[in-house]
Design a protein around this ligand. Structure first.
Ligand SMILES: CC(C)(COP(=O)(O)OP(=O)(O)OC[C@H]1O[C@@H](n2cnc3c(N)ncnc32)[C@H](O)[C@@H]1OP(=O)(O)O)[C@@H](O)C(=O)NCCC(=O)NCCS
Length: 363
């Protein structure tokens, strides 16, 4: 097992300093357009599964789940609903907030580990159903860090002048890959989707410093063993329940705390913003104890941390955009605000980003 997460300069710098000039890969001209988050939206299924409900399914208790994770309930989809159904509603809300129509969107990126199909991509399904203009649309997989990975891609596309308006989604139906006989995992996950509209002009939250990374040597901590080219679906894989997720929770926990902390600190460092200027942390919602440790590393008070894990559990790539949308709609992101995002997930992957809402740039 690698030691790379344990040493001092734990993660290599995710990119250049923001003050360095960027070069347009096509024209070779120096560019440096800013990118702004101008709309958010989210969607969860109606059905609620409480900790008390889970007590009827596996040997667990509301008390154990609440104290170890902070989760009280989660949302679960029915047999007729898939990731794209949740994603479509989330995008509609984000577009409405941004004041964009479907034809204004230049690109759709979906971070997910639970796409409708391995192919066609969920992004293509969503952009088609919303009547977009045959735009580039693709899924990618970076576990729970996926949404921030998507924001970094959008910032790059917009900053380089390649694209103007990008929709980034985190969308998941994790309860479809949950082993309902495994009490160590089935209490943790939920379904949902969150979307963000990113454009070259405010008002909105400017996409600031970022950090991203991965360590594949730790991939076996959190995995879906079968269904890929390494172990295609077979009667045996179905019988062995290998189409549901497996996690070594305890070890994952250790790395999560370090990765979340370092991701935010490195994103702030790249931006040149001290942690004393952070107003709000919107973290990946995997476990309240991990969130709390990240908040303490940033020296934030509890009211400076957005937490909704009690209602939704861990929704992987969807958790940050869902929480961000709730925070925005509750007025918790009234400018001026520096909002830091931090995530950690399967891969292993990690990522952080600073969003900067200036006085004149309300969402
Ligand atoms: C999963 C997690 C909540 C477990 O909490 P923990 O404090 O590490 O608990 P442990 O795994 O050490 O288990 C402690 C005991 O509780 C038991 N236990 C596990 N799940 C349980 C459940 N749902 N209900 C009751 N008991 C449970 C274990 O069997 C173990 O019992 P034992 O001591 O008799 O062997 C925690 O490790 C975690 O959140 N990990 C990170 C997960 C994560 O972030 N994943 C996603 C990354 S995006």
């Amino acid at each position: 097992m690698t030691e790379s997460l344990g040493v001092n300069d734990t993660f290599p710098r995710g990119g250049r300093r923001l003050s360095d000039p960027a070069v347009n890969a096509v024209t070779g001209e120096l560019v440096g357009r800013k990118a702004y988050l101008v709309g958010t939206g989210h969607c969860v299924p109606d059905r609620v599964l409480t900790n008390k409900d889970l007590e009827q399914i596996v040997d667990t208790s509301d008390e154990w789940i609440t104290t170890r994770t902070g989760i009280k309930e989660r949302r679960i989809t029915n047999d007729q609903t898939s990731t794209s159904d949740l994603a479509i509603v989330a995008v509609e809300e984000a577009l409405e907030m941004a004041g964009w129509g479907p034809k204004d969107v230049d690109c759709m990126i979906v971070a997910t580990v639970t796409p409708d199909y391995i192919f066609p991509s969920t992004a293509a399904i969503v952009s088609d159903k919303l009547g977009m203009n045959n735009i580039p649309a693709y899924d990618f997989e970076a576990g729970c860090s996926g949404f921030i990975y998507g924001l970094i891609q959008a910032k790059c596309f917009i900053g380089s002048g390649m694209l103007d308006r990008v929709v980034v989604l985190g969308a998941e139906c994790l309860t479809k890959i949950t082993n309902w006989e495994d009490r160590t995992t089935c209490v943790l996950f939920g379904d949902g989707a969150g979307a963000a509209a990113i454009g070259p002009e405010g008002p909105g939250g400017e996409l600031g410093g970022w950090h991203w990374g991965s360590d594949g040597s730790l991939g076996d901590l959190l995995e879906l063993p079968a269904g890929g080219s390494r172990k295609p679906a077979s009667k045996e894989t179905v019988k062995a329940n290998e189409h549901t997720l497996r996690m070594k929770g305890n070890e994952t926990f250790k790395y999560a705390v370090r990765a979340m902390r370092d991701s935010c600190l490195k994103a702030l460092d790249m931006d040149g913003t001290p942690k004393s200027e952070v107003d709000l942390l919107v973290p990946h919602q995997a476990n309240y104890r991990i969130i709390d440790a990240t908040a303490r590393a940033l020296e934030l008070r509890p009211e400076q941390v957005y937490v909704n894990i009690d209602k939704y559990g861990n929704t992987s790539a969807a958790s940050i955009p869902m929480a961000l949308d709730e925070a925005v709609r509750k007025g918790e992101v009234t400018p001026p605000k520096n909002v830091v995002l931090a995530a950690f997930g399967a891969g292993l992957t990690w990522a952080g980003m600073l969003l900067k809402w200036k006085e004149e740039e309300g969402l």
